[in-house]
Ligand binder design. Structure first.
Ligand SMILES: Cc1cc2nc3c(=O)[nH]c(=O)nc-3n(C[C@H](O)[C@H](O)[C@H](O)COP(=O)(O)OP(=O)(O)OC[C@H]3O[C@@H](n4cnc5c(N)ncnc54)[C@H](O)[C@@H]3O)c2cc1C
Ligand SMILES: O=C([O-])CC(=O)C(=O)O
Length: 338
């Protein structure tokens, strides 16, 4: 029987997760990932990879909980398998601290991570400029290992990858039965979505193997995430800034802010500096539309716009995209517009 041809555009964490979900769940499909860039050159490769989302306004909390829990449970299972080191996924504990007590002290994800609690007064003494804090045990997923691991998993499920910049979805629809758009910031030009914009982020990679506990300031302008090969220091969030080159003043600012939290970082050796453009959007786009291609109607599923939390929501949103693909194969398209 002829297989259903599915194309996924994008090989960041969202595209690779979506491709693997489809290839493994729907064996009657052949999945092809088309992307201009693969790991280690995507935005996802720059991410620290901590699982710690922020509430997205306008999206029902149960839906956000599903995306986060789907991701957490999937990655947790990896940490319990022999694959954990190759996949770059591990448990990570730390603090999120606030200058003022927030109006919501228990976020929607508090019961999904492990051991969520409010920090004690004794713990807060370490941070005299902060009034409130949360102690969290969550997961960290490092894309530089995780994406190549997903690529292998996709190949094992019969999928394939090709380097190609897609500019015309109509043209693509001649060769595929289903199109899944996971092009992140690329959606701005690919589907003309002006609601997607770059949020530039710069990080430092430093040698500080003695540091084991993460610290994040709630505004995201200072964070310290211990990882497998280095500690990630961040961050910046520069809206509508397309610069991909490293800004030395940003690096200086990051080091200053982080070493206020952990003074010993001041002398840590800097191993690298990286910049990524987050796919900013007021809420992420996860929906299906039908593309009219001559007399055919081709399902087009969108899964992009994850902003600062693409790793945290990757597998859960991929599962919802899979569901949209599955339903598209069973539903009749609306009447063709001839
Ligand atoms: C400094 C920094 C730190 C971060 N830290 C975290 C963190 O700790 N936790 C967390 O959850 N998130 C974090 N993020 C956010 C996370 O990196 C993003 O949300 C995530 O990478 C988005 O994934 P994506 O797959 O949608 O996009 P990308 O990784 O940008 O992938 C997009 C893909 O689409 C391809 N593409 C685009 N247009 C086209 C086209 N026309 N044709 C073909 N291919 C195309 C690209 O080549 C690429 O393969 C961080 C981001 C930054 C910048
Ligand atoms: O804010 C953080 O802790 C890390 C992150 O997601 C980002 O920089 O986008």
């Amino acid at each position: 029987m002829k297989k259903v041809q599915v194309v996924v555009i994008g090989a960041g964490v969202v595209g690779m997760s979506t491709a693997v979900c489809i290839a493994e769940a729907l064996p009657f499909c052949t999945v092809t990932v088309l992307a201009e860039k693969f790991s280690p050159d995507t935005t996802s490769d720059v991410a620290a990879g901590i699982l710690l989302p922020k509430e997205i306004q306008g999206v029902p909390l149960e839906r956000q909980q599903r995306w986060f829990k789907g991701t957490f449970d999937h990655l947790l299972a990896i940490t319990e398998s022999p694959q954990t080191s190759e996949a770059g996924v591990f448990m990570s504990s730390g603090y999120q601290i606030f200058k003022e007590v927030p109006s919501i002290t228990k976020p929607y994800w508090a019961d999904i991570v492990f051991g969520f609690r409010i920090m004690t007064d004794r713990e807060m003494k370490r941070f005299p400029n902060y009034k409130f804090g949360q102690a969290i045990t969550t997961l960290k997923c490092e894309s530089l290992r995780y994406l190549p691991w997903l690529e292998k998993r996709l190949t094992k499920a019969g999928g394939q990858m090709k380097r190609e910049k897609v500019t015309d979805l109509q043209q693509l629809a001649h060769s595929y039965d289903v199109i899944v758009n996971c092009s992140g910031l690329g959606s701005r030009s690919l589907v003309g979505d002006e609601q997607v914009y770059p949020v530039r982020g710069q990080i430092l990679k430093v040698h500080a193997p003695w540091l084991k506990h993460f610290i994040r300031v709630i505004d995201g302008n200072a964070y310290i995430y211990p990882g497998i090969d280095y500690v990630t220091l961040g961050g910046t969030q520069q809206v509508n800034d397309w610069r991909l080159e490293v800004d030395k003043d940003d690096s200086k600012g990051i080091m200053e802010r982080c070493s206020k939290l952990v003074p010993a970082l001041r002398t840590a050796q800097v191993l690298g500096e990286k910049v990524g453009l987050r796919p900013g959007r007021s809420n992420l786009r996860l929906e299906r539309e039908w593309l009219q291609v001559q007399e055919r109607q081709v399902p087009l599923v969108h899964n992009y716009g994850h902003g600062s939390w693409g790793i945290s929501l990757s597998w859960g949103s991929a599962l919802e995209a899979l569901d949209l693909v599955r339903r598209s194969l069973h539903e009749k398209p609306p009447r063709a517009r001839l």
